[in-house]
Design a protein around this ligand. Structure first.
Ligand SMILES: Cc1cc2nc3c(=O)[nH]c(=O)nc-3n(C[C@H](O)[C@H](O)[C@H](O)COP(=O)(O)OP(=O)(O)OC[C@H]3O[C@@H](n4cnc5c(N)ncnc54)[C@H](O)[C@@H]3O)c2cc1C
Length: 454
Protein backbone atom coordinates (compact mmCIF):
# COMPACT_ATOMS: atom_id res chain seq x y z
CA UNK A 1 0.00 0.00 0.00
CA UNK A 2 1.31 3.48 -0.93
CA UNK A 3 2.28 5.91 1.79
CA UNK A 4 2.19 9.54 0.79
CA UNK A 5 1.80 12.85 2.56
CA UNK A 6 -1.58 14.36 2.20
CA UNK A 7 -2.93 17.68 3.35
CA UNK A 8 -6.70 17.25 3.56
CA UNK A 9 -8.82 19.71 5.55
CA UNK A 10 -7.28 22.94 6.75
CA UNK A 11 -5.00 22.64 9.69
CA UNK A 12 -4.64 18.85 9.62
CA UNK A 13 -1.27 17.62 8.42
CA UNK A 14 -0.80 13.91 8.75
CA UNK A 15 0.60 10.94 6.94
CA UNK A 16 -2.16 8.82 5.51
CA UNK A 17 -1.86 5.40 3.99
CA UNK A 18 -3.26 5.82 0.52
CA UNK A 19 -5.90 3.22 -0.09
CA UNK A 20 -7.73 3.44 -3.39
CA UNK A 21 -11.27 3.00 -4.69
CA UNK A 22 -13.02 3.37 -8.04
CA UNK A 23 -16.31 5.11 -8.67
CA UNK A 24 -18.40 4.64 -11.79
CA UNK A 25 -20.46 7.68 -12.80
CA UNK A 26 -19.74 11.36 -12.23
CA UNK A 27 -23.32 12.37 -11.46
CA UNK A 28 -24.75 13.61 -8.19
CA UNK A 29 -24.07 10.42 -6.24
CA UNK A 30 -20.68 9.64 -7.81
CA UNK A 31 -19.25 13.13 -7.24
CA UNK A 32 -20.42 13.22 -3.62
CA UNK A 33 -19.00 9.72 -3.04
CA UNK A 34 -15.68 10.67 -4.65
CA UNK A 35 -15.40 13.84 -2.58
CA UNK A 36 -16.18 12.11 0.71
CA UNK A 37 -13.73 9.28 0.06
CA UNK A 38 -10.96 11.65 -1.04
CA UNK A 39 -11.53 13.94 1.95
CA UNK A 40 -10.83 10.89 4.11
CA UNK A 41 -7.47 10.43 2.47
CA UNK A 42 -8.45 7.67 0.06
CA UNK A 43 -7.37 7.87 -3.58
CA UNK A 44 -10.29 7.82 -6.03
CA UNK A 45 -10.50 7.03 -9.70
CA UNK A 46 -13.79 8.48 -10.90
CA UNK A 47 -15.02 7.23 -14.27
CA UNK A 48 -17.45 9.32 -16.28
CA UNK A 49 -18.46 8.34 -19.82
CA UNK A 50 -19.29 11.89 -20.94
CA UNK A 51 -18.34 13.51 -23.33
CA UNK A 52 -17.61 10.30 -25.30
CA UNK A 53 -21.05 8.83 -24.61
CA UNK A 54 -24.16 10.62 -23.45
CA UNK A 55 -27.28 9.03 -21.98
CA UNK A 56 -30.49 10.12 -23.75
CA UNK A 57 -31.05 12.79 -21.05
CA UNK A 58 -27.54 14.18 -20.46
CA UNK A 59 -26.16 17.00 -22.62
CA UNK A 60 -23.33 18.78 -20.82
CA UNK A 61 -19.76 17.50 -20.52
CA UNK A 62 -19.70 18.71 -16.91
CA UNK A 63 -20.15 16.38 -13.95
CA UNK A 64 -23.20 16.54 -11.63
CA UNK A 65 -25.53 17.52 -14.43
CA UNK A 66 -29.14 18.22 -13.47
CA UNK A 67 -31.04 16.56 -16.28
CA UNK A 68 -34.40 18.20 -15.67
CA UNK A 69 -35.56 20.66 -13.01
CA UNK A 70 -33.04 23.01 -11.36
CA UNK A 71 -34.80 22.66 -8.00
CA UNK A 72 -33.70 20.61 -5.00
CA UNK A 73 -37.21 21.09 -3.53
CA UNK A 74 -38.26 22.67 -0.24
CA UNK A 75 -35.95 24.22 2.31
CA UNK A 76 -38.28 24.08 5.31
CA UNK A 77 -37.90 21.31 7.88
CA UNK A 78 -41.66 20.79 7.42
CA UNK A 79 -40.58 18.68 4.44
CA UNK A 80 -38.33 15.68 4.93
CA UNK A 81 -36.29 16.75 1.90
CA UNK A 82 -35.59 20.05 3.72
CA UNK A 83 -34.32 18.05 6.68
CA UNK A 84 -32.20 15.83 4.41
CA UNK A 85 -30.53 18.92 2.94
CA UNK A 86 -29.96 20.27 6.45
CA UNK A 87 -28.29 16.97 7.40
CA UNK A 88 -26.12 16.97 4.29
CA UNK A 89 -24.90 20.48 5.14
CA UNK A 90 -23.98 19.34 8.65
CA UNK A 91 -22.19 16.29 7.23
CA UNK A 92 -20.01 18.43 4.94
CA UNK A 93 -21.58 17.52 1.63
CA UNK A 94 -20.06 18.82 -1.60
CA UNK A 95 -23.49 18.74 -3.24
CA UNK A 96 -24.97 21.11 -0.65
CA UNK A 97 -21.94 23.39 -0.63
CA UNK A 98 -22.24 23.78 -4.41
CA UNK A 99 -26.02 24.22 -4.14
CA UNK A 100 -25.68 26.98 -1.55
CA UNK A 101 -23.00 28.70 -3.63
CA UNK A 102 -25.15 28.78 -6.78
CA UNK A 103 -28.66 29.44 -5.44
CA UNK A 104 -31.21 31.38 -7.43
CA UNK A 105 -34.42 32.84 -5.94
CA UNK A 106 -37.15 30.17 -5.74
CA UNK A 107 -39.46 31.03 -2.86
CA UNK A 108 -39.32 28.29 -0.25
CA UNK A 109 -37.28 25.94 -2.45
CA UNK A 110 -33.56 25.53 -2.98
CA UNK A 111 -32.98 26.04 -6.70
CA UNK A 112 -29.65 26.55 -8.43
CA UNK A 113 -28.09 27.93 -11.57
CA UNK A 114 -27.62 24.52 -13.11
CA UNK A 115 -24.65 25.43 -15.31
CA UNK A 116 -22.77 27.06 -12.46
CA UNK A 117 -23.65 24.24 -10.06
CA UNK A 118 -22.24 21.60 -12.42
CA UNK A 119 -19.16 23.74 -13.13
CA UNK A 120 -18.33 24.18 -9.44
CA UNK A 121 -18.69 20.47 -8.70
CA UNK A 122 -16.59 19.62 -11.76
CA UNK A 123 -13.83 22.01 -10.72
CA UNK A 124 -13.80 20.75 -7.15
CA UNK A 125 -13.48 17.17 -8.36
CA UNK A 126 -10.85 17.98 -10.99
CA UNK A 127 -8.78 19.97 -8.51
CA UNK A 128 -8.84 17.48 -5.64
CA UNK A 129 -5.33 16.02 -5.32
CA UNK A 130 -6.63 12.55 -4.53
CA UNK A 131 -9.22 12.27 -7.31
CA UNK A 132 -8.33 11.18 -10.83
CA UNK A 133 -11.14 11.80 -13.28
CA UNK A 134 -11.16 9.36 -16.20
CA UNK A 135 -13.50 10.18 -19.06
CA UNK A 136 -14.37 6.67 -20.16
CA UNK A 137 -17.38 4.37 -20.27
CA UNK A 138 -16.87 1.51 -17.83
CA UNK A 139 -17.81 -1.80 -19.41
CA UNK A 140 -16.02 -4.13 -16.96
CA UNK A 141 -16.16 -3.78 -13.19
CA UNK A 142 -12.80 -2.86 -11.66
CA UNK A 143 -11.54 -5.58 -9.32
CA UNK A 144 -10.93 -3.28 -6.35
CA UNK A 145 -13.40 -1.54 -4.03
CA UNK A 146 -15.89 0.13 -6.33
CA UNK A 147 -18.95 2.35 -6.04
CA UNK A 148 -21.50 1.96 -8.84
CA UNK A 149 -23.19 5.33 -9.26
CA UNK A 150 -24.13 5.17 -12.92
CA UNK A 151 -27.62 6.52 -12.40
CA UNK A 152 -31.10 5.95 -13.80
CA UNK A 153 -29.74 5.83 -17.36
CA UNK A 154 -26.80 3.48 -16.75
CA UNK A 155 -25.16 2.55 -20.05
CA UNK A 156 -26.33 -0.71 -21.60
CA UNK A 157 -22.90 -2.34 -21.53
CA UNK A 158 -22.46 -1.69 -17.82
CA UNK A 159 -26.00 -2.90 -17.08
CA UNK A 160 -25.07 -6.15 -18.83
CA UNK A 161 -22.03 -6.46 -16.55
CA UNK A 162 -24.23 -6.02 -13.50
CA UNK A 163 -26.54 -8.87 -14.45
CA UNK A 164 -24.39 -11.71 -13.04
CA UNK A 165 -24.28 -9.81 -9.73
CA UNK A 166 -27.92 -8.88 -9.42
CA UNK A 167 -29.70 -11.42 -11.63
CA UNK A 168 -33.32 -10.55 -12.37
CA UNK A 169 -33.33 -7.86 -9.68
CA UNK A 170 -32.23 -5.11 -12.05
CA UNK A 171 -35.05 -3.04 -13.55
CA UNK A 172 -35.16 -0.59 -16.44
CA UNK A 173 -38.45 1.18 -15.81
CA UNK A 174 -40.18 2.21 -12.65
CA UNK A 175 -43.97 2.09 -12.27
CA UNK A 176 -44.67 4.19 -9.24
CA UNK A 177 -48.10 4.31 -7.68
CA UNK A 178 -48.89 7.22 -5.34
CA UNK A 179 -48.38 6.73 -1.62
CA UNK A 180 -50.52 8.37 1.05
CA UNK A 181 -49.82 8.77 4.74
CA UNK A 182 -51.95 6.58 7.01
CA UNK A 183 -52.99 9.46 9.22
CA UNK A 184 -54.57 11.28 6.27
CA UNK A 185 -56.87 8.37 5.34
CA UNK A 186 -60.52 8.58 6.44
CA UNK A 187 -60.87 5.26 8.25
CA UNK A 188 -64.60 5.90 8.58
CA UNK A 189 -64.96 5.36 4.81
CA UNK A 190 -62.41 2.66 3.95
CA UNK A 191 -62.65 -0.94 5.13
CA UNK A 192 -60.05 -3.60 5.82
CA UNK A 193 -60.23 -6.82 3.78
CA UNK A 194 -58.22 -9.06 1.46
CA UNK A 195 -59.86 -10.46 -1.65
CA UNK A 196 -61.80 -13.56 -0.60
CA UNK A 197 -60.26 -13.20 2.87
CA UNK A 198 -56.86 -14.47 1.63
CA UNK A 199 -53.63 -13.80 3.54
CA UNK A 200 -54.49 -12.39 6.94
CA UNK A 201 -57.93 -11.56 5.65
CA UNK A 202 -57.59 -7.84 6.29
CA UNK A 203 -54.27 -6.99 4.68
CA UNK A 204 -55.63 -4.19 2.45
CA UNK A 205 -57.51 -0.99 3.01
CA UNK A 206 -60.32 -0.71 0.47
CA UNK A 207 -61.96 2.43 -0.84
CA UNK A 208 -65.44 1.52 -2.17
CA UNK A 209 -67.00 3.45 -5.08
CA UNK A 210 -70.63 3.38 -6.15
CA UNK A 211 -71.45 3.41 -9.87
CA UNK A 212 -71.86 7.18 -10.23
CA UNK A 213 -68.64 7.83 -8.28
CA UNK A 214 -66.81 5.29 -10.41
CA UNK A 215 -67.97 6.76 -13.72
CA UNK A 216 -67.08 10.30 -12.67
CA UNK A 217 -63.66 9.12 -11.49
CA UNK A 218 -62.95 7.29 -14.77
CA UNK A 219 -63.97 10.39 -16.75
CA UNK A 220 -61.59 12.55 -14.69
CA UNK A 221 -58.73 10.10 -15.17
CA UNK A 222 -59.23 10.20 -18.93
CA UNK A 223 -59.61 13.99 -19.10
CA UNK A 224 -56.74 14.84 -16.76
CA UNK A 225 -53.54 16.55 -17.84
CA UNK A 226 -50.62 14.14 -18.45
CA UNK A 227 -46.85 14.52 -18.49
CA UNK A 228 -45.57 14.16 -22.04
CA UNK A 229 -43.14 11.22 -22.25
CA UNK A 230 -39.60 11.97 -23.36
CA UNK A 231 -38.59 10.43 -26.68
CA UNK A 232 -36.59 7.67 -25.02
CA UNK A 233 -39.53 6.78 -22.79
CA UNK A 234 -42.14 6.32 -25.50
CA UNK A 235 -41.45 2.62 -25.80
CA UNK A 236 -42.88 1.78 -22.36
CA UNK A 237 -45.76 -0.58 -23.03
CA UNK A 238 -45.69 -3.31 -20.43
CA UNK A 239 -49.15 -4.67 -19.89
CA UNK A 240 -48.40 -5.24 -16.22
CA UNK A 241 -47.57 -1.59 -15.52
CA UNK A 242 -49.79 0.45 -17.82
CA UNK A 243 -50.62 3.95 -16.58
CA UNK A 244 -54.02 3.77 -14.91
CA UNK A 245 -55.43 6.50 -17.16
CA UNK A 246 -54.50 4.49 -20.25
CA UNK A 247 -56.45 1.54 -18.90
CA UNK A 248 -59.35 3.88 -18.16
CA UNK A 249 -59.32 5.04 -21.78
CA UNK A 250 -59.82 1.50 -23.07
CA UNK A 251 -63.44 1.34 -21.96
CA UNK A 252 -65.66 2.15 -19.01
CA UNK A 253 -65.45 -1.37 -17.57
CA UNK A 254 -61.69 -1.91 -17.99
CA UNK A 255 -60.68 -0.65 -14.55
CA UNK A 256 -63.48 -2.63 -12.89
CA UNK A 257 -61.91 -5.76 -14.34
CA UNK A 258 -58.41 -4.56 -13.45
CA UNK A 259 -57.03 -2.59 -10.51
CA UNK A 260 -60.53 -1.52 -9.36
CA UNK A 261 -62.02 -5.02 -9.30
CA UNK A 262 -64.58 -5.24 -6.45
CA UNK A 263 -64.99 -9.03 -6.56
CA UNK A 264 -64.38 -10.82 -3.25
CA UNK A 265 -64.30 -7.60 -1.23
CA UNK A 266 -67.43 -7.30 0.88
CA UNK A 267 -67.88 -3.96 2.62
CA UNK A 268 -68.85 -4.90 6.20
CA UNK A 269 -70.97 -1.76 6.49
CA UNK A 270 -73.23 -2.61 3.53
CA UNK A 271 -72.79 -6.38 3.54
CA UNK A 272 -72.18 -6.37 -0.23
CA UNK A 273 -69.51 -5.72 -2.84
CA UNK A 274 -69.25 -2.12 -4.05
CA UNK A 275 -69.40 -1.23 -7.76
CA UNK A 276 -65.62 -0.75 -7.76
CA UNK A 277 -62.83 -0.71 -5.19
CA UNK A 278 -59.42 0.90 -4.95
CA UNK A 279 -57.06 -1.05 -2.74
CA UNK A 280 -54.37 0.47 -0.54
CA UNK A 281 -51.45 -1.76 0.40
CA UNK A 282 -49.26 -1.17 3.44
CA UNK A 283 -45.94 0.25 2.27
CA UNK A 284 -43.71 0.11 5.35
CA UNK A 285 -43.44 -1.94 8.53
CA UNK A 286 -44.56 0.97 10.70
CA UNK A 287 -47.84 1.10 8.69
CA UNK A 288 -47.53 4.85 8.30
CA UNK A 289 -47.71 4.70 4.49
CA UNK A 290 -50.10 3.05 2.01
CA UNK A 291 -49.84 2.82 -1.77
CA UNK A 292 -52.68 2.85 -4.29
CA UNK A 293 -52.31 -0.58 -5.84
CA UNK A 294 -52.01 -0.49 -9.64
CA UNK A 295 -52.24 3.30 -9.88
CA UNK A 296 -48.96 4.08 -11.64
CA UNK A 297 -49.68 7.15 -13.72
CA UNK A 298 -48.38 9.81 -16.07
CA UNK A 299 -50.80 12.44 -14.75
CA UNK A 300 -49.18 15.70 -13.71
CA UNK A 301 -48.65 16.12 -9.97
CA UNK A 302 -51.43 18.74 -9.45
CA UNK A 303 -53.85 16.52 -11.39
CA UNK A 304 -52.95 13.49 -9.28
CA UNK A 305 -53.73 15.42 -6.12
CA UNK A 306 -57.06 16.61 -7.55
CA UNK A 307 -58.23 13.34 -9.09
CA UNK A 308 -57.04 10.94 -6.37
CA UNK A 309 -58.69 13.07 -3.69
CA UNK A 310 -62.01 12.15 -5.37
CA UNK A 311 -61.53 8.62 -4.03
CA UNK A 312 -63.82 7.90 -1.06
CA UNK A 313 -61.64 7.91 2.06
CA UNK A 314 -58.85 9.91 0.41
CA UNK A 315 -60.54 13.32 0.35
CA UNK A 316 -57.88 14.74 2.70
CA UNK A 317 -55.06 12.51 1.47
CA UNK A 318 -51.54 13.68 2.07
CA UNK A 319 -49.24 12.28 -0.61
CA UNK A 320 -45.85 11.04 0.58
CA UNK A 321 -45.02 10.26 -3.05
CA UNK A 322 -46.87 10.87 -6.28
CA UNK A 323 -47.10 8.40 -9.12
CA UNK A 324 -44.90 8.18 -12.19
CA UNK A 325 -43.57 5.94 -14.87
CA UNK A 326 -40.14 6.50 -16.35
CA UNK A 327 -37.05 4.86 -17.66
CA UNK A 328 -35.05 4.17 -14.57
CA UNK A 329 -32.29 1.65 -14.01
CA UNK A 330 -32.47 0.46 -10.41
CA UNK A 331 -31.86 -2.64 -8.37
CA UNK A 332 -34.10 -4.35 -5.86
CA UNK A 333 -32.20 -2.85 -2.94
CA UNK A 334 -34.09 -4.60 -0.12
CA UNK A 335 -32.99 -7.94 -1.57
CA UNK A 336 -29.47 -6.93 -2.59
CA UNK A 337 -28.06 -4.11 -0.48
CA UNK A 338 -26.75 -3.73 3.05
CA UNK A 339 -27.52 -0.47 4.89
CA UNK A 340 -23.82 0.34 4.32
CA UNK A 341 -24.72 0.41 0.56
CA UNK A 342 -22.63 -2.72 -0.09
CA UNK A 343 -23.92 -5.58 -2.20
CA UNK A 344 -24.69 -8.46 0.18
CA UNK A 345 -23.23 -10.90 -2.33
CA UNK A 346 -20.03 -8.94 -2.98
CA UNK A 347 -19.13 -6.53 -0.16
CA UNK A 348 -16.35 -4.77 -2.08
CA UNK A 349 -19.05 -3.40 -4.40
CA UNK A 350 -21.12 -0.43 -3.22
CA UNK A 351 -24.07 1.13 -5.01
CA UNK A 352 -25.08 4.77 -4.77
CA UNK A 353 -27.67 7.15 -6.13
CA UNK A 354 -30.76 6.49 -8.14
CA UNK A 355 -29.59 2.98 -9.05
CA UNK A 356 -30.20 1.96 -5.41
CA UNK A 357 -33.88 2.88 -5.70
CA UNK A 358 -33.75 6.29 -4.07
CA UNK A 359 -35.60 8.90 -6.10
CA UNK A 360 -34.48 12.49 -6.63
CA UNK A 361 -31.42 14.71 -6.82
CA UNK A 362 -31.00 15.26 -3.07
CA UNK A 363 -31.65 11.62 -2.22
CA UNK A 364 -29.11 10.52 -4.84
CA UNK A 365 -26.44 12.83 -3.43
CA UNK A 366 -27.24 11.62 0.10
CA UNK A 367 -26.86 8.02 -0.96
CA UNK A 368 -23.55 8.94 -2.61
CA UNK A 369 -22.41 10.49 0.65
CA UNK A 370 -22.96 7.29 2.60
CA UNK A 371 -21.48 5.02 -0.07
CA UNK A 372 -18.40 7.23 -0.44
CA UNK A 373 -17.77 7.37 3.31
CA UNK A 374 -18.25 3.63 3.70
CA UNK A 375 -16.16 2.67 0.67
CA UNK A 376 -13.36 4.82 2.11
CA UNK A 377 -13.75 3.24 5.52
CA UNK A 378 -13.59 -0.25 4.01
CA UNK A 379 -10.42 0.75 2.16
CA UNK A 380 -8.96 2.07 5.43
CA UNK A 381 -9.97 -0.99 7.43
CA UNK A 382 -12.48 0.92 9.57
CA UNK A 383 -15.94 -0.31 10.60
CA UNK A 384 -18.74 0.75 8.28
CA UNK A 385 -21.49 3.20 9.19
CA UNK A 386 -25.27 3.12 9.15
CA UNK A 387 -26.94 6.39 10.16
CA UNK A 388 -29.67 6.25 12.83
CA UNK A 389 -33.06 5.49 11.24
CA UNK A 390 -34.51 8.50 13.05
CA UNK A 391 -32.51 10.83 10.75
CA UNK A 392 -33.62 11.64 7.21
CA UNK A 393 -30.57 9.90 5.75
CA UNK A 394 -31.07 6.88 8.00
CA UNK A 395 -34.83 6.65 7.36
CA UNK A 396 -34.24 6.67 3.61
CA UNK A 397 -31.48 4.06 3.72
CA UNK A 398 -33.47 1.96 6.15
CA UNK A 399 -36.46 2.02 3.83
CA UNK A 400 -34.66 1.02 0.68
CA UNK A 401 -32.70 -1.76 2.38
CA UNK A 402 -35.32 -3.26 4.65
CA UNK A 403 -38.73 -2.72 3.09
CA UNK A 404 -40.73 -5.58 1.55
CA UNK A 405 -38.78 -6.54 -1.58
CA UNK A 406 -41.66 -8.04 -3.60
CA UNK A 407 -43.22 -4.71 -4.55
CA UNK A 408 -40.13 -2.52 -4.29
CA UNK A 409 -40.27 0.74 -6.26
CA UNK A 410 -38.07 3.83 -6.00
CA UNK A 411 -38.73 6.14 -3.07
CA UNK A 412 -38.08 9.76 -2.21
CA UNK A 413 -37.46 10.89 1.36
CA UNK A 414 -40.63 11.69 3.34
CA UNK A 415 -41.72 11.76 6.96
CA UNK A 416 -43.76 8.59 6.50
CA UNK A 417 -40.46 6.65 6.47
CA UNK A 418 -39.47 7.78 9.97
CA UNK A 419 -40.03 5.63 13.06
CA UNK A 420 -42.98 6.89 15.08
CA UNK A 421 -42.39 9.25 18.01
CA UNK A 422 -42.99 7.75 21.44
CA UNK A 423 -46.36 8.65 22.97
CA UNK A 424 -49.20 10.60 21.42
CA UNK A 425 -48.19 13.66 19.43
CA UNK A 426 -50.56 16.18 17.87
CA UNK A 427 -50.57 15.81 14.07
CA UNK A 428 -49.51 19.41 13.42
CA UNK A 429 -46.54 19.07 15.81
CA UNK A 430 -45.39 15.72 14.48
CA UNK A 431 -43.05 16.93 11.74
CA UNK A 432 -41.37 19.54 13.92
CA UNK A 433 -40.73 16.90 16.58
CA UNK A 434 -39.45 14.35 14.05
CA UNK A 435 -37.07 17.01 12.70
CA UNK A 436 -35.86 17.92 16.20
CA UNK A 437 -35.22 14.28 17.08
CA UNK A 438 -33.41 13.77 13.77
CA UNK A 439 -31.13 16.75 14.31
CA UNK A 440 -30.26 15.66 17.84
CA UNK A 441 -29.59 12.05 16.77
CA UNK A 442 -27.52 13.14 13.78
CA UNK A 443 -25.37 15.38 15.93
CA UNK A 444 -24.75 12.61 18.45
CA UNK A 445 -24.01 10.00 15.80
CA UNK A 446 -21.79 12.21 13.67
CA UNK A 447 -19.91 13.46 16.71
CA UNK A 448 -19.07 9.86 17.62
CA UNK A 449 -18.07 9.03 14.03
CA UNK A 450 -15.77 12.03 13.81
CA UNK A 451 -14.21 11.01 17.09
CA UNK A 452 -13.19 7.72 15.47
CA UNK A 453 -12.02 9.41 12.24
CA UNK A 454 -9.55 11.57 14.16
C1 LIG B 1 -34.99 12.27 -17.44
C2 LIG B 1 -34.87 12.38 -15.97
C3 LIG B 1 -35.31 13.53 -15.32
C4 LIG B 1 -35.17 13.64 -13.92
N1 LIG B 1 -35.60 14.78 -13.32
C5 LIG B 1 -35.45 14.93 -11.99
C6 LIG B 1 -35.86 16.14 -11.36
O1 LIG B 1 -36.34 17.06 -11.99
N2 LIG B 1 -35.70 16.25 -10.02
C7 LIG B 1 -35.15 15.26 -9.29
O2 LIG B 1 -35.01 15.43 -8.07
N3 LIG B 1 -34.76 14.09 -9.86
C8 LIG B 1 -34.89 13.90 -11.19
N4 LIG B 1 -34.51 12.73 -11.80
C9 LIG B 1 -34.08 11.61 -10.96
C10 LIG B 1 -32.67 11.61 -10.38
O3 LIG B 1 -32.68 12.28 -9.18
C11 LIG B 1 -31.58 12.16 -11.22
O4 LIG B 1 -31.52 11.36 -12.36
C12 LIG B 1 -30.20 12.18 -10.50
O5 LIG B 1 -29.32 12.85 -11.36
C13 LIG B 1 -29.67 10.81 -10.16
O6 LIG B 1 -28.35 10.91 -9.65
P1 LIG B 1 -27.27 9.77 -9.92
O7 LIG B 1 -25.97 10.27 -9.45
O8 LIG B 1 -27.78 8.50 -9.38
O9 LIG B 1 -27.25 9.63 -11.51
P2 LIG B 1 -26.77 10.71 -12.59
O10 LIG B 1 -26.79 12.07 -12.03
O11 LIG B 1 -27.55 10.42 -13.83
O12 LIG B 1 -25.24 10.32 -12.82
C14 LIG B 1 -24.87 9.12 -13.41
C15 LIG B 1 -23.63 9.38 -14.25
O13 LIG B 1 -23.08 8.14 -14.64
C16 LIG B 1 -22.62 8.23 -15.97
N5 LIG B 1 -22.56 6.87 -16.51
C17 LIG B 1 -23.59 6.02 -16.80
N6 LIG B 1 -23.11 4.83 -17.21
C18 LIG B 1 -21.75 4.92 -17.18
C19 LIG B 1 -20.69 4.01 -17.48
N7 LIG B 1 -20.92 2.77 -17.92
N8 LIG B 1 -19.40 4.44 -17.33
C20 LIG B 1 -19.13 5.70 -16.88
N9 LIG B 1 -20.11 6.61 -16.60
C21 LIG B 1 -21.39 6.21 -16.73
C22 LIG B 1 -23.64 9.16 -16.63
O14 LIG B 1 -23.12 9.77 -17.80
C23 LIG B 1 -23.94 10.15 -15.51
O15 LIG B 1 -23.11 11.30 -15.60
C24 LIG B 1 -34.61 12.57 -13.17
C25 LIG B 1 -34.17 11.43 -13.84
C26 LIG B 1 -34.29 11.33 -15.21
C27 LIG B 1 -33.79 10.10 -15.91
Amino acid sequence: MDIRPYKPREGIKILISLAHISIIGGGLAGCEAAWQAAERGVGVTLYEMKPHHYSPAHQSPDLAELVCSNSFRGESLENAVGLLKDELRRLGSLFMAAADATRVPAGGAVAVDRGLFARIVTEKIEQHPLITLVRQEVTELPDRIVVIASGPLTSDLLAERLRPLVGDKLYFYDAIAPIVTADSIDFGRVFRASRYGKGDGDDYLNCPLEQAEYERFVAELIGSEKVAPRDFEKAIHFEGCMPVEELAGRGIETLRFGPMKPVGLVDPRTGREAHAVIQLRQENREATLYNLVGFQTKMTYPEQRRVFRMIPGLEQAEFARLGSLHRNTFINAPALLEPSQQLKAEPRIFCAGQITGVEGYVESAASGFLAGVNAARLALGQPLLAPPPTTALGALVNHITSTESRHFQPMNVNYGLFPELPGRVKKKERRAQLAQRAQADLQLWWGEVQGTEG
